[in-house]
Design a protein around this ligand. Sequence first.
Ligand SMILES: [Zn+2]
Length: 62
Amino acid sequence: MFAIDCPHHGARTLASTDDIRRYDNTDHGIVMEVECHCGGLVTITTGRNAPARELASCGAAA
Ligand SMILES: [Zn+2]
């Protein structure tokens, strides 16, 4: 289980790996499309190259 912020019903909710509809391993991290229990699709980016970590490492290097 992991938390997603669903803009479709406006709340943070829990999703399981069964809810992952698609994922791509990209240069920017793992981009996952997760189906919320409300039926909305939520795109999240995770993994070691996710944007938040990338910004953090850029800040540390600068
Ligand atoms: Zn939802």
